[in-house]
Design a protein around this ligand. Structure first.
Ligand code: ADP
Length: 225
């Protein structure tokens, strides 16, 4: 499980000014939970995802991923934890530009599982069917539209069947039909036992979550569900 205990996180601007981004967040995400955090731009959603993923140091509080206390964990170990616990859908695409979408998916799977196998093929076919990836599977990321790139990034996060999915605005760049596809896919992944943290400004996208929190200025301002 993921346990977030009274977490504070700040950014320091080049001039030295400290910008608070998270101000005392506490949240538990258990296996098979579906938690959404909604809030306007600048409320701290991406920071929360980065902190859980161990990509951003926190100023105060603790984040536990199972028994691991992230703040006390060395960088290499944090990367390992990130790789084995999380599939992360980032706002910016993390795809390798010189490789095709299929190669990018394969690398993500191999990094987690050592080699491709029948399970990889099954998951690839499943994701192709759910997201309509087939037509651009052999293209490199630079050839893709924003929506295609988003779908590819979602597939890359999910291909390795991670225990938890951290999704940061996964519907960005998508047309309404694709948003429906992604929403359904997340619901199915959750039904298969994956824990999901979805952060979004889109309350409609968050409506499938079992619990919904509202974030404002780095604080949980309401429990919407
Ligand atoms: P959201 O994802 O909800 O849009 P963020 O987590 O990106 O919010 O941002 C939270 C706060 O931190 C905002 O005030 C934002 O301006 C600030 N912030 C985010 N990234 C940086 C950065 N790299 N440097 C300085 N301030 C930042």
């Amino acid at each position: 499980m993921i346990r977030i205990l009274d977490v504070y996180a700040n950014y320091t601007e080049p001039g030295g000014k400290i910008v608070p981004a998270l101000s005392g967040i506490s949240l538990d995400i258990n296996k098979a939970d579906y938690v959404a955090v909604v809030g306007p731009s600048g409320s701290g959603k991406s920071t929360l995802v980065a902190a859980i993923a161990g990509l951003l140091p926190i100023a105060q509080g603790e984040i536990y991923v199972d028994k691991y206390r992230i703040r006390r964990t060395r960088r290499a170990r944090r990367a390992k934890i990130r790789g084995s616990y999380f599939g992360i859908i980032f706002q910016s695409s993390e795809m390798l530009a010189r490789f095709t979408v299929e190669e990018n998916l394969r690398f993500a799977y191999v990094a987690a599982n050592g080699s491709v196998d029948a399970r990889y093929q099954r998951k690839l076919e499943y994701l192709c069917q759910k997201l309509g990836l087939t037509e651009f599977l052999r293209s490199t990321p630079t050839k893709l539209s924003g929506g295609q790139l988003r779908k590819a990034a979602i597939a890359r996060a999910l291909i390795k069947d991670p225990p938890f999915i951290l999704a940061d605005e996964p519907s960005g760049d998508l047309d309404p039909a694709a948003v429906v596809q992604v929403k359904k896919l997340l619901r199915e992944e959750n039904a298969q036992g994956k824990g999901i943290l979805l952060v979004t400004h889109d309350n409609k996208l968050a409506s499938d979550a079992k619990s919904v929190f509202e974030l404002r200025q780095g604080k949980i301002s309401a429990y919407l569900k």
